[in-house]
Write a protein that binds this ligand. Structure first.
Ligand code: ATP
Ligand code: F6P
Length: 468
């Protein structure tokens, strides 16, 4: 364990552990998907993590191997695969040494005990903890559907017939099966988590610290059944009309129209799928959801970002009463905490149980608030936390997010009911500025500056002329 200290995303000083999460398992068992989700989840919590995918290293030397390349008796194949693993591990160690992050994920099959022991010893020598995550799956049908879904379109098979690619990938797996050793008792000194048949059974061993247990808890909540998540802000509120933030106002007449239109909008997007609706505890979300014919649950954790002493003020009033705070917020909107209130970072932390619950759930419709919705959206879309507080989420719009193998597909459906804009550009104290207006303003300013500098250039030129 290294001995430096840093502040974690909870604002607490923690001893800085460096963990290498080592994926284990036959091909097409969801290892890359799991790795990518863990990186996204940790990134959302401001814990820097990075995947080192051995396949990508192997591809530089052998871009389109056939199944035979992965046969253990193919000595040249063995040599190249070993070289790829070494290059990935060495890069990972350098990444840790450069102090770039806390968690690395070594994404490869790591399917033999010898390979795992080698990784564990390399990491130990570099003061890095290892945590092995094995995905074991003997559902042949699921594996075949994984192959068709993601493997036939892999860069390994560019330009090849999908059926032939699927057959070759199946043969590749057979070659791995010949040497595969699942993690078992004689590796009891290792820290590991075995996920069997997508979490139907989970075995954990020697999970020791906070970060490891966070990751394990997260993994235990994952499922791959098809589903979508719908996000909507509440309908336009009386406070939105007056430009006031926070509060617990009722819907405006147009907001009430949105509430009436929402069941149809949802039907258009979700068909007959059974949904559960989650709202905050504030009146405007309950009023928006009230005509939806589904089970409803209200969560305090979904309440709008608490704006503390600025609650119920307009942006112009905040700028006038607390000018330094107004500026600080624009300078670092993600971290700025309202006096007596919250920051976006605080909201992310209180939303973590919501994200866990969402991962476990099927189809959920969340009716919530601008800042909260931005945070949830940022999790699913892997959005940079500096940008997420500036994201535009219009009122009267239903967002559908559908998780897929390596990402999330987004669909936006607008209700044809006008509403004010509550988006605010950096530096602006306008009541209802739209993003387009802000962009036009910005473009005009840039043009003005360019005209100015042209003028200056003219002057310089003229001066030069006069000098001769
Ligand atoms: P490879 O070793 O070739 O890189 P992989 O194990 O990394 O394969 P992925 O590329 O992540 O496999 O496969 C993604 C597919 O696996 C997706 O279709 C996803 O639905 C499915 N999947 C995700 N998690 C699991 C799991 N725990 N068990 C089996 N399949 C899973
Ligand atoms: O204006 C609507 C609102 O939901 C406020 O209640 C909240 O303070 C604000 O949006 C959050 O948006 P921003 O972080 O851009 O100020």
């Amino acid at each position: 364990m290294t001995s430096s200290w840093r502040t974690n995303s909870y604002g607490v000083q923690v001893e800085d552990t460096r963990i290498c999460v080592v994926m284990v398992g036959l091909p097409a068992r969801g290892k890359s998907l799991i790795a990518q989700k863990v990186v996204r989840y940790l990134g959302w919590l401001s814990i820097t993590a990075k995947t080192f995918n051995v396949g990508q290293y192997r591809r530089t030397a052998t871009p389109n191997p056939s199944a035979e390349f992965f046969d253990q008796s193919n000595s040249e194949g063995e040599r190249l695969r070993r070289a790829a693993a070494e290059a990935a591990v060495n890069d990972m160690i350098r990444w840790f040494e450069a102090g770039q992050g806390l968690i690395a994920i070594l994404d490869a099959t790591n399917s033999t005990k010898a390979r795992r022991r080698w990784i564990q010893e390399k990491c130990e020598a570099a003061n890095i903890e290892t945590m092995f995550v094995e995905s074991k799956c003997d559902d042949e049908e699921l594996v075949m559907s994984n192959i068709r879904d993601v493997k036939t379109t892999s860069p390994d098979y560019v330009g090849q017939d999908p059926e032939e690619a699927a057959q070759d990938f199946r043969n590749r797996i057979r070659n791995y099966e010949k040497v595969y050793q699942t993690i078992d008792e004689d590796e009891a000194d290792l820290t590991y988590c075995k996920l069997i048949n997508v979490g139907h059974k989970v075995i954990i061993n020697r999970i020791r610290d906070y970060l490891q247990s966070r990751v394990v808890y997260y993994l235990m909540n994952l499922h791959i059944r098809p589903r979508s998540i719908w996000l909507s802000r509440h309908g336009e509120s009386e406070f939105n009309l007056s430009g006031q933030i926070g509060g617990d106002a009722d819907l405006s007449p147009r907001g009430q129209l949105y509430a009436r239109a929402l069941p149809d909008l949802v039907r258009k997007s979700a068909g007959d799928l059974p949904l559960t609706v989650w709202t905050s505890t504030l009146k405007r979300t309950g009023q928006t959801a009230r005509f939806l014919p589904f089970e409803k649950l209200s969560w305090k954790a979904l309440d709008e970002l608490d704006s503390g002493v600025c609650d119920s003020l307009t942006y112009a009033e905040i700028e006038q009463k607390y000018p330094a705070d107004f500026k600080s917020r624009d300078d670092d909107k993600y971290n700025y905490r309202y006096l007596g209130g919250e920051s976006y970072r605080d909201v992310v932390i209180r939303l973590e149980p919501i994200i866990m619950e969402l991962e476990r759930s099927e189809n959920i419709l969340i009716v919530t608030h601008q800042a909260v919705l931005r945070c949830i959206y940022a999790y699913f879309m892997g959005m940079n936390q500096e940008q997420s507080p500036w994201m535009e989420v219009p009122l009267h719009c239903l967002i559908k997010l559908t998780p897929r193998a390596y990402g999330t597909v987004e669909d936006r459906l607008h209700a044809n009911i006008p509403a004010v804009s509550t988006w605010r550009g950096k530096g602006s104290k306008a009541k209802h500025q739209t993003k387009e207006e802000a962009e036009e303003e910005e473009a005009a300013k840039t043009k003005e500056k360019a005209d100015e500098s042209e003028k200056t250039e003219e002057v310089v030129h003229t001066n030069g002329g006069n000098g001769t």
